[in-house]
Design a protein around this ligand. Structure first.
Ligand code: FE2
Length: 267
């Protein structure tokens, strides 16, 4: 099974980055499923119906999330919509809308794909439940369902991210990091066959601080003034994704990071 997975899609330029690369990458790589993290898809800070539909029409089939997934006025209805394969982290409060795991089926796939979403506990504003216990519980329930199991691991600290990768080695086909928006150069296959990367990196404005306005970010950090986090909506786009190949036994065969910069483009 071949998966094309985009990292955090940030705002308008993020959506454009997916739409501008997906047709060519679909032709070149022929993925069995296309996945994107969408917690920043609407105005850089939440999910939204129009924005999810825009990506769905472009060919994204599965949508994962993170700490911002439950924000935004339509979050509850989007996360409850059975026609959209969408997750929010499994270890968030059960009082929140949405689910932490989806089973993706397609007629031409011999087995379904289990997509799990987890959020980290380090450097996060909320005190989330243990992602380790949450994933153990999910695996207990779904262990026999399919060999194809992946985790969008939405966390901040590379130490915590790496620990989860090793914890799930051999139990999960791929653990891919999201949230920090900056790609890491550590894509690898762990000894028991789990594909791993600490962070795929974002799809969004390249001339930005993780997607938001540079001068205002400098003011926030240098002068401790609460300047707004405006998402950058023009300029070059960076597109970060991974291509993961999984064998029929559920072990990963290959993981390749894809990165493209678009300077001149039309949207
Ligand atoms: Fe996040």
């Amino acid at each position: 099974m071949k998966l094309l997975i985009y990292g955090d899609v940030v705002g308008k330029l993020g959506r454009a980055g997916v739409k501008l690369t997906l047709p060519d990458w679909k032709k070149e790589f022929v993925p069995d499923a296309v996945i994107a993290n969408v917690e920043n898809v609407a105005h850089g800070k939440c999910i939204g119906v129009a924005q999810i539909m825009e990506l769905k029409s472009a060919g994204v089939e599965i949508f994962t999330g993170g700490n911002h997934s439950v924000e935004g006025k339509n979050a509850t209805s989007i996360l409850a919509d059975e026609t959209i394969f969408i997750t929010r982290p499994a270890n968030m409060s059960p009082s929140l809308p949405g689910k932490g795991v989806v089973v993706f089926k397609k007629n031409d796939l011999s087995n379904p794909l289990l997509v799990i979403n987890l959020v980290g506990q380090v450097n996060m504003r909320q005190n989330y439940d243990s992602p380790f216990h949450a994933v153990d519980k999910i695996l207990e329930t779904y262990s026999e369902l399919t060999p194809y199991k992946i985790v969008d691991w939405h966390a901040d600290a590379t130490s915590e991210k790496s620990i989860m990768g090793w914890y799930l080695d051999g139990k999960i086909s791929a653990v891919f990091g999201t949230h920090t928006h900056v790609p890491t150069a550590d894509a690898k296959i762990l000894p028991q066959g789990t594909a791993y990367i600490s962070d795929i990196g974002m799809v969004g404005p390249m001339d930005s601080i993780i997607g938001v306005d540079v001068p205002k970010s400098i003011i926030r950090f240098k002068d401790q003034v609460p300047a707004p986090m405006d998402v950058v909506e023009n300029g070059p786009i960076e597109i970060n994704a991974v291509l993961i190949d999984i064998g029929t036994d559920g072990k990963a065969v290959d993981i390749k990071h894809l990165r493209k910069i678009l300077i001149n483009y039309t949207i």
